[in-house]
Structure formats: structure tokens, C-alpha cells
Design a protein around this ligand. Sequence first.
Ligand code: SAH
Ligand code: SF4
Length: 385
Amino acid sequence: MTGVSKINLVGLSRDQLINLFDELGERKFRADQVMKWIHQRGVTEISEMTDISKPLRERLKKISEITLPKILKSLVSVDGCHKWIVEVESGSKIEMVYIPESGRGTLCISSQAGCSLDCSFCATGKQGFDSNLSVGEIIGQLWWANEQLNGFSDVKERPVSNVVMMGMGEPLLNFDNVMDAVSIMMHDSAYGLSKRKVTISTSGVVPAIEKMKDFTDASLAVSLHAPNDELRSRIMPINKKYPIAELLKAVRGYMDSLKDKRVPVIEYTLIKGVNDHRQHARDLAKLLESLPCKINLIPFNAFSLSEYKRPSSSSVTNFRQILKEAGYTVTVRTTRADDIGAACGQLVGDISDQTKRSARYAKSRIIKAKLLTDDENLLVAADIL
Ligand code: SAH
Ligand code: SF4
């Protein structure tokens, strides 16, 4: 990375670009010009922005630059999925995944290098936390996917139709940067994705869900994974701070704030012998009675540091059936890109763990779900919020 004090144009929202040009005594359409050059034509040199006068380009070059994270490796799965390993400014490596399906292409992007929340079933969580990604590093993943998949050749035929913030990290613990990045994804002068096609997935950072409505109207997915507080707190330490009732209330509040009729996706990772019993399904059906939603079941994806197992396909089917009979729309996420370690919860990158969690795991091999009373992760969360 170069130019320590220069502004990175990749990471500026339209409003921020308008302010920048305002300070330069320029009109606001310049913001749209710059966004189009970077996000629709893939230009990385200010000098190539030919509809901007030469003197203005020179002034821009003095104060700003176009800096993207670095692609270190590109992997393609036998099922057509792509995974890229991306180096961010902190030196950590993060991962993003592209999942092509008929009629759409979904990009799963990361919001943090690592994650501070330590859910017991998640490979990212086992790695500990390094840093929040900058706006440029978040939107840079979408930029790279466009560059790698079709070289920005056709704005109308862009390969990425949907973005899900389901890669590494908890998006709502990097709130400001994620909100700015999402606004760039959705702006017509950049990627023009509709609010239905950008999904923020959260493990349940309640105060952040409560303030989301003031910043975005993107779609919401909630990682629930258990029908009661006792079990949820055991597998997701964040539940001790923000229990289920508060979480569902905040989710309802966000959905009510949206102008269109949209429902949240409730994500439920099925782990053999932990949360996959028929009674769990019945309790889940009851719990969600008053929240219109879709349920997405994710059979647990194994990784080396975990002793958890994936349930048999018949128990997944049974679980699904109970929810369907209770009237829910239920999908089961098919595992994709397992061969390149790109399935849900398998994204690990290579981060410099500031929490020293990965070292502790390696040392003690404590890999079972654990209850921490003094959870440093939640302190990290509290600090950030
Ligand atoms: N931090 C956010 C987004 C990233 S995780 C969140 O927790 O929602 C994206 C999804 O993958 C979450 O629903 C998460 O619970 C799920 N997941 C994590 N580890 C998994 C694993 N090993 N197998 C299946 N799903 C997993
Ligand atoms: Fe973090 Fe989400 Fe993994 Fe939990 S599931 S550790 S919140 S990335």
C-alpha cells in the first residue's frame, strides 16, 4: 500500500465523494463519474478518467488514489464456485467465495479479518480476531470478483447478482464500514444491486440491528442456531449479552422499518446431537410463530479444529419437515465448494490473531462448545459499539 495520507477513492460512498468534490469547488456529478470509472469500468488510474479535465485529474492525484486489496490466490471448485484469498492492509488474509447458480451469481464476502465472537461451530471464530476491514477492502472484494470473472466487460451482464455478508467476520461489529460498503454496492453509479440482493448476516448484535434502519434497507439474515437461550448461549457466546427475545424484537423492528414487504432469513446450522433433535425443530417453530420469516437450514460443515458432526440427511429432512408442517418456508443450503474449503463456516484465511484465541485452541485443543463467564469477545464487541 502506498501514499499513507492519500484518500482511497474505492472506499468512498457517493456522499463522501460529493463532499470531496465540494471541497474542490466541483459539482456533484463528478462523484458519479468517479464511481462509474472505478466500479463499472474497473479503472485503477485516475489519469484514465477521461471525462474529467486534465487539471482536475492532476488535483485529484495529489490528494487521492485507487487502492485495492491484493488477490493472493484464486481457486476454482469442481462445482464451479470460486474462492479467492485476499490480503488486506493489516497483512491478514481473508477469503471470499463466488457461487454461480442458474440465473444468479452470489458473492459471499468478508467484513472482518477473523471474528471476535467465537461461535463454537465456526472455523473463522476459532481463528480469533485481527481487524475490521476498511470500506475499500469490503467493496474491493466485489470489485475483484467483477474483474476476475469478466474483466468488467459488460455492466449489464455483471457476474455478481447477489452479495451476502456471510464470509469471515461479524458485519455489524464493523458497522460504519459495512454500511458505507453496502451503500456503494446498491448505488446505480456503482454496482446497482437492489436491496433484496444485498444481505447482511448477523449473529445478533442487537444495538447495531436497532440502528441499521437509519443507514440501510438491505436484507437481513440472522444466525439463530438454537431455539432456546440455554443452548444458544452454549454455542454462541453473544447470546449471553443479547438473548433471543431481545434479538427477535430488534429483527422485527428492522423489518417493520422497511417500506416493502420482506422477511428475514433465519439461519440454523444443524449440528449432530447438539441442536438437530425433533424437539428443537418443534421449539423453533413455536419460537418464530410471531415473526414472519424464511428458515435456511445449513448442515454443519466440518473443519479440522471441530469435533462437531454433520447430521445425517434423514435427520435434516425430518427437521425440515417439522418446520414445513408448521407452515414455514424452509430451504436447506446445499454444500458447495467443499473441495476448496469454501463452504459456510470453513473460511479461515490467515489472520494475525489479536485475541490469541487460535494459539489457545492449538494448545489446549478445547474444541467443544464452552461457556465463558468472562468473555473477552463480548468486551471487544462492547468496545466497538
Ligand atoms: N458473522 C455472521 C456472518 C458470517 S457466518 C453470522 O454469524 O451470521 C455465515 C453463516 O455461516 C452463519 O449463519 C454461520 O452461523 C454459519 N456457519 C458458521 N460456521 C459454520 C459451519 N461450520 N457449518 C455451517 N454453517 C456455519
Ligand atoms: Fe463470527 Fe459469524 Fe463465525 Fe460466529 S458464525 S464466529 S459471528 S463469523
